[in-house]
Design a binder for this molecule. Structure first.
Ligand code: AGP
Length: 609
């Protein structure tokens, strides 16, 4: 997720206004940034790695002439944060500049085609194919609007782009498909942006572009056309009454809720990552004799879930290990035949880095899954997957957890294919099943969010909770517990349900809330989970449960407060079934009057041991 912005003014300089707008979009990405303006028939570009303020100190982003310009603040998905990978990107002669938010899935083939036509590329980004495609259109006599339309029709994936050109320096052409893009209508100029906070201090008049719509902005007007039909589209103008703060949260009260709600989009972006990296990771795991999944906190829970998934899907043993215990527990067995797959959304967690650096010194192959390109984990890993979940501002991990699960499941499928356990058709079927995750999560959110708000109010004063699950939902139970305790400060427990009679059950007394994750009736753990529920019920526990529709009839007599979810494909279950527990933790925290985004004593990235 990145932030783009463009403006064309009646008078004055665009650059300072663009920089301020990018600052208001920094929550969308902040690993590199840049601005391009046009003045006197010349294109000016300043860009670099780092946050906007750092770059401004180094390059003075305001010191650029011109009433027209575009800007970008980046969350890297293709190509590490660097000056050459920062946006804007240009064509061969820098007569066209483009900023982009999204992922171009077919950029490889487009890049090869353009290079065969003599185009030279300067970056490793997917975005850079866009200005060169536009350059081709202009060379063939198209005007800027036509060239942009022709270019975006070649793109597969998601995009929100803003384009300027010295050939037509009096207009900005912007376009979107799946990535958000809005147009701001001002007294002193026209604006386009990824999100309204960018121009909210300037104007509250806006139109929201829809997929395949192209807007052409001049200093005092705009028009919208459909890139597929080329027909003009009349858009409904809206008035934004949000505060800038509320707008940054997409209208939600907290970043955590916004990030829970945007999981369908985030998962789509994770699915867009090239198979190439997943295949490399699978090959490395197969080659190794020992395989450890090393992580902390929520990321460790993703590794626990993965240990079940790798066993079931790929018949491969992978050992999930809490990073701070890795050296003590396995340090003596790590050698060049070992693979360590570290999972870290920040890529900077000290405990995880200590573990992988130790393993690397012992000759192990270091692999990574992270949400932050250019992070320490990326630099240490021989191969890594950037999960592309977008920046996660809330301290409690939500969308990055489901993104990790999806990435790990995809690796397991690739391992199964490489081991010959499934053929090409089988792989396609499993990947097709996994690709349903975004839509299934969206349905779970829609179906449960109101019910969970009620439950949160009902239970928010309880003194303790226990979360129980079996199989892969041991991880779901562990993650549901962590979510609740870290933002509501309620001491909670999580157990494999089968283990509860070996100790935890002594805690259960009438009214004690026990949260179960129940699988569908055809799941091999269903009967045992039901037995555990009955055990707890018979001791007076209040039973809350995530229940798939197909299981409701069988459990309704024992579950006091069911959270009914749609049945989902088996591979999608751990991704979909955690969402109600994320929402439960969020609403309990709010009911207790806490700030879920900033829980006490916690940091988003624990960079100290
Ligand atoms: C989870 O909600 C917490 N923010 C915390 O447990 C976190 O998962 C842990 O610190 C690991 O962070 P990482 O994924 O950035 O390595």
């Amino acid at each position: 997720m990145c932030g783009i912005f463009g403006c064309i003014l009646k008078k004055g300089r665009a650059a300072p206004l663009i920089r301020e707008a990018l600052k208001r979009l920094e929550y969308r990405g902040y690993d590199s940034a840049g601005i391009a303006t046009i003045h006197g028939g010349k294109l000016y570009v300043k860009k670099d790695a780092g946050k906007i303020d750092e770059i401004h100190r180094r390059l003075d982003l305001d010191d650029m002439p011109g009433r027209i310009g575009i800007g970008h603040t980046r969350w890297a998905t293709h190509g590490a944060p660097s000056q050459e990978n920062a946006h804007p990107h240009g064509d061969c002669k820098w007569e066209v500049a483009v900023v982009h938010n999204g992922i171009i899935e077919n950029f490889d083939e487009l890049k090869k085609e353009l290079m065969e036509r003599g185009h030279e590329f300067k970056s490793k980004t997917d975005t850079e194919v866009i200005p060169h495609l536009i350059e081709e259109g202009l060379k063939n006599g198209l005007n800027l609007e036509e060239a942009v339309i022709e270019a975006v029709r070649r793109l597969e994936g998601s995009f929100a782009i803003a384009v300027i050109s010295t050939k037509e320096p009096d207009k900005i052409v912007c376009a979107r498909k799946e990535s958000p893009l809005v147009v701001g209508i001002g007294e002193d100029g026209m604006y386009c942006a990824s999100d309204v906070p960018a121009f909210l201090p300037i104007t509250r008049r806006m139109v929201v572009l829809d997929d395949w719509e192209v807007a052409v902005l001049t200093e005092d007007s705009y028009k919208v056309v459909n890139a597929l039909t080329e027909e003009e589209v009349i858009k409904e103008e809206r008035h934004v009454d949000w505060s800038p703060e509320l707008a940054m949260k997409g209208g939600y009260d907290h970043f955590m809720l916004k990030e829970i709600m945007e999981q369908p989009e985030a998962l789509k972006n994770t699915l867009r990552i090239s198979d190439f990296y997943y295949d490399l990771l699978a090959a490395s795991l197969i080659k190794a004799e020992r395989r450890f999944l090393v992580a902390c906190g929520t990321s460790y829970h993703a590794c626990v879930a993965a240990s079940y998934i790798f066993s079931k899907v790929a018949k491969m043993h992978v050992e999930p290990v809490i990073a701070s215990e890795f050296v003590q527990r396995y340090g003596e067995v790590v050698d060049e035949r070992t693979a360590v797959l570290a999972v870290s959304q920040s890529g900077e967690t000290a405990d995880t880095l200590v573990a992988v650096r130790y393993a690397k010194r012992k000759g192990a192959d270091i692999l990574g899954i992270t949400n932050v390109m250019g992070s320490s984990l990326c630099r240490i890993s021989s191969v890594y997957v950037g999960q592309s979940s977008g920046p996660e501002i809330g301290v409690a991990a939500t969308k990055t957890y489901t993104g990790q699960l999806l990435a790990l499941t995809k690796i397991a499928i690739k391992v199964a294919r490489r081991k010959g356990l499934i053929d090409e058709k089988g792989e396609k079927e499993l990947l097709e099943e996994l690709s349903k995750a975004p839509e299934e999560v969206r349905k779970v959110i829609e179906k449960t969010k109101e019910r969970i708000k009620e439950l949160a109010v009902k239970y928010h004063n309880r003194k303790s909770f226990c979360f129980l699950g079996r199989g892969v939902h041991v991880a779901t139970a562990m993650e549901g517990r962590l979510k609740l305790l870290e933002i509501s400060y309620i001491p909670s427990i999580a157990y494999p349900a089968g283990e509860s009679k070996h100790g935890f059950i002594a805690v259960v007394e009438p009214g004690y809330p026990v949260v179960f994750i129940i699988p569908p009736p055809d799941d091999e753990t269903f009967d045992d989970v039901l037995s555990n529920i009955i055990e707890m019920k018979s001791r007076g526990a209040d039973i809350i449960a995530v229940v798939p529709e197909s299981a409701l009839e069988k459990v309704k007599d024992f579950v006091d407060d069911p959270i009914v979810v749609p049945d989902v494909p088996k591979l999608v279950e751990p991704i979909a079934f955690i969402v109600p527990l994320q929402l439960f933790a969020y609403y309990v925290s709010v009911a207790k009057g806490y700030d879920p985004d900033k829980p006490r004593n916690l940091a988003k990235s624990v960079t100290v041991k």
